[in-house]
Ligand binder design. Structure first.
Ligand SMILES: Nc1ncnc2c1ncn2[C@@H]1O[C@H](COP(=O)(O)OP(=O)(O)O)[C@@H](O)[C@H]1O
Ligand SMILES: [Mg+2]
Length: 151
């Protein structure tokens, strides 16, 4: 079994599910990621994926209420970034079904493409959920290592 690699740097953030915090969370993760010296495209991919995951906490997990969202990001020696977004909201009864493109419980104003976007803009997506307990989404993005001056 592969040994678990230790993170080189990490950050944690706990925010209430106000809609204003969607852009804050996206910007915070992007600022943390900046130390990997990503391309604009890599940065945009992660911002888009984080935005979808946090929006899901706001609109689905805590539909008629405000709850906490936990965000944890880690950077590894090999240039990987992992971002975990967790809620203690309503949970998802069938994760495989929820991950299918166009599946939505959000009615006509939702496209049902959030998970598809997270999957295509990152290298790995895992979704763990339990009804009544909450949902944890973990995404991983490999940032191509280029020359960096480390002082
Ligand atoms: N954090 C979450 N908590 C509860 N349900 C969720 C969560 N994230 C996603 N879902 C469920 O998965 C479905 C698909 O999500 P997504 O692909 O982002 O599409 P959309 O948000 O447009 O519905 C949602 O409609 C919802 O039923
Ligand atoms: Mg969504």
């Amino acid at each position: 079994m592969k040994a678990k690699t230790k993170a080189k740097n990490e950050m944690k953030l706990v925010i209430p599910s106000n809609s204003a915090n969607e852009s804050f969370a996206r910007a915070a993760v992007a600022a943390f990621m900046a130390q990997l010296d990503p391309t604009i495209e890599e940065m945009t991919d992660v911002k888009t994926a984080v935005s979808e995951a946090v929006t899901n906490c706001i609109v689905h997990a805590y539909r008629d209420t405000i709850g906490k969202i936990w965000i944890e990001a880690k950077i590894y020696e090999d240039g990987r970034l992992s971002v975990q977004i967790k809620d203690k909201g309503c949970g998802i009864p069938d994760v495989a079904k929820a991950r299918e493109p166009l599946f939505t419980t959000g009615g006509s104003e939702r496209a049902g493409l959030g998970f598809a976007v997270m999957e295509s803009f990152t290298d790995k997506l895992t979704v763990r959920s339990a009804v009544g307990k909450g949902t944890t989404v973990t995404m991983e993005k490999r940032v191509a290592q280029r020359y960096r001056y480390d002082g």
